[in-house]
Write a protein that binds this ligand. Sequence first.
Ligand code: ZN
Length: 432
Amino acid sequence: MWLELYLGVTLLLIVECKPLTNGKHNKLLVISFDGFRWDYDQDVDTPNMDKLVKDGVKAKYITPPAITMTSPSHFTTITGRWIEDHGVVHNMMFNSTTHKKSSHRVTMKTSEWWDNGALPLWITAQNQGLKTGSFYFPGGGANYSGQSVNRVLVEEPGQPNENETQWRENIDTVLSWFTEDDMDFVTLYYGEPDRVGHAKGPDTPDRKNIIKQIDRTIGYLRESIQRVGLSQRLNVIITSDHGMTTIKKKPLVDEIVLSKYVNLFNLVYFELLDYGGFGMITPRKGKEQEVYESLMKAPNLTVYKKENLPENFHLSKNDRIQPIIVIADLGFNLNSRLIVYVNKGDHGFNMDEMDMKTIFRAFGPDFKNNYLSEAFDSIHIYPLMCKLLRITPAPHNGSLSITEGMLVQNGGKTNQMSIGVLASIFVYILFM
Ligand SMILES: [Zn+2]
């Protein structure tokens, strides 16, 4: 009888502990609200985001990769690769030989900027039989080794992106991709609160208003998921690409004008400056040391030779990274010659500055309730998404061990139930 009991218990345990990796995966929606600083919901009334804390997972904050800009950071999220591996090293596409530069929006359909060998999750998932879509998400509009995302909408240059009614329609569209087209994985992108953060500054009533609008949109999303019957089948991750900080201006500070320290015309061959807190410079031949030493004299600026970049930046291996990298101190903008810079807020600063940290929230059938995760690097979102979709990840730099604790199957309801079953059988045996 002991043997029978033992077998019975074992069988029960096998049934209860069966990993959720068997059977069909749930669907996954990833939403990025561009430039959502980690603490933006702390000084605004956000009832829907507050409810999400109880109904899902919240990370204290997440850290973007070392170039805290939209395209580099989003592409790390969707590939799970460091910037030096995926090669999207700036918002602007550039060629340091021809000196051609293309704006952020123009790059959205330019495959040669994105297609550098690192496969984004849309393509990897499609190659394993899933259907995927991208709604305005950076990188979604490109071809990867000749393959494109099943369903793609790309933001056009000049397209406004703050209309709340339009935001709701975008949610309706994405949900219809799940319900009518049976898509498995969709990414959805919103250009706010980044736009307001730049235009008005992060510590303004305008920023608080857009956070309230985002909160209402999250409320609408949750109602809509319920309405279309996806509550039990759709996991949702809400995240972002970087934070935002107030730009320090005269007369409070001496703004950085790089031409005061280095003769850009005579010594510099190519530069990407005047773009927030991060810049790159290619000195003219033989002028490398002179440029480096001159820049070192500029205050409120950190200057790196490419070969001396800190290891944890994960940048130096890529050919697109120029020989000299400059990062301004938090809140200082890089101006090459004149101060023509109108932004009141910006990013691009060191990812270890708290103002550059951003958000991670998640809810759905595979996520625990009321789970507060420690802070983590955004690169670890990738293996989590693969786990949720039950696909084999492409080579990546993330680690599932960082994020899997937020899933129900890891120490969550399933295992607790197994322990409960085991305990009651043990008690039953004891008292038999
Ligand atoms: Zn951004």
